[in-house]
Design a protein around this ligand. Structure first.
Ligand SMILES: Nc1ncnc2c1ncn2[C@@H]1O[C@H](COP(=O)(O)OP(=O)(O)OP(=O)(O)O)[C@@H](O)[C@H]1O
Ligand SMILES: [Mg+2]
Length: 306
């Protein structure tokens, strides 16, 4: 079974696709069959970052049933062991992917025969993006040091938390839960994870223990990308602490990745940043990150069941 790392972030431009492409190259370099899946369908561009300028097939061929298997739309890249499913040429937006197609995609991803799979997700908190994020226990949040980006990470984590709770209830039950939590703790209480869990603990104890077990199995990671020299290097761990304090689930700080102007240059020249600038702090950080991901690999995939 593949180790899956969805890469998400609340804000566009934080570096999800750049990180996915670099980590994909590095993981493939360790000799593991690695697949990048571009699920940022509305603005897919991952193929460009791994030097596949004109993808001749894409995710939409699978969704539109032009091919029977998701494996049929996998493309080789010039990097040995690195493959990609492009999201290009899609008028689809993952946010609008109908429910059946989302489930079909989740199941198809689980069946792919790769060692490591990275899912490049679009920014934002659409239900589909949250469900792709929740496909693994080791998903990765990417933020920059900017307060706006960090704020969006909190929003994303909170949305994921609520989405997971939602998956334990039917639509009707969940609607009732919202009303009952509001009656019990007052209007606005449904935005407070600790109050919701308290209510579930008292009124749905069997669901509560399943949920707590589920939350404790998460090993989500946070990467602080585009760290500049003057930024606080302890910011990432601080963000993780705040998430744990307010939402009650643990997020591992996976590391900083330094900002470097030459990332822009490499992308414009359509060359691999890692190959062109291997002795930069950023390349070093990316290599360290890939090693720690490789070491942490081995967790099971989870398919949301509703
Ligand atoms: N470590 C870095 N140092 C310098 N620039 C960076 C770094 N990481 C990313 N960038 C810059 O940020 C830009 C946006 O990165 P990227 O496209 O990976 O973001 P994204 O999170 O995938 O955005 P979107 O949500 O819009 O898909 C890149 O074009 C690159 O120029
Ligand atoms: Mg992107």
């Amino acid at each position: 079974m593949a180790q899956i790392w969805p890469i998400g972030g609340g804000k566009g431009g934080s570096g999800k696709s750049f990180l996915a492409s670099c980590l994909g190259r590095l993981l493939a370099g360790l000799g593991k069959k690695t697949l990048l899946v571009d699920l940022d369908l509305g603005s897919a561009n991952l193929h460009t970052l791994v030097d596949v300028p004109y993808p001749e097939k894409s995710f939409s061929d699978f969704i539109r049933k032009k091919v029977p298997l998701l494996a049929d739309v996998v493309l080789e890249t010039p990097v040995p062991n690195l493959y990609i499913i492009s999201g290009a040429h899609d008028n689809l937006d993952v946010a609008n992917l109908p429910y059946e197609q989302k489930i079909k995609t989740l199941k198809a991803i689980a069946k792919l025969d790769y060692d490591w799979i990275m899912l490049d997700l679009g920014a934002g908190t659409s239900f589909n993006t949250l469900d792709f994020f929740l496909v693994s226990q080791s998903s990765i949040f990417v933020t920059t040091p900017e307060p706006t980006s960090i704020e969006n990470i909190y929003r994303l984590v909170r949305a994921i938390y609520f989405r997971r709770i939602r998956q334990y209830f039917t639509v009707t039950e969940f609607g009732r839960l919202q009303d009952e939590v509001a009656q019990c703790f007052g209007e606005g209480a449904f935005n407070k994870p600790d109050l919701i869990m308290e209510f579930i603990r008292t009124n749905h104890p069997e669901k509560c223990s399943l949920l707590e077990e589920d939350f404790s199995s998460f090993r989500f990671k946070l990467v602080l990308n585009q760290l500049r020299k003057h930024n606080n290097i302890a910011l990432g761990p601080q963000v993780c602490n705040i998430i744990e304090k307010h939402l009650g689930f643990h997020v591992d700080f996976a590391g900083n990745v330094a900002f470097d102007d030459r990332v822009h240059d490499a992308i414009c020249q359509r060359v691999s940043f890692l190959e062109r600038y291997p002795y930069t702090r950023t390349a070093y950080d990316l290599r360290e990150l890939s090693k720690s991901l490789a070491q942490s690999a081995g967790q099971q995939m989870v398919i949301p069941y509703s």
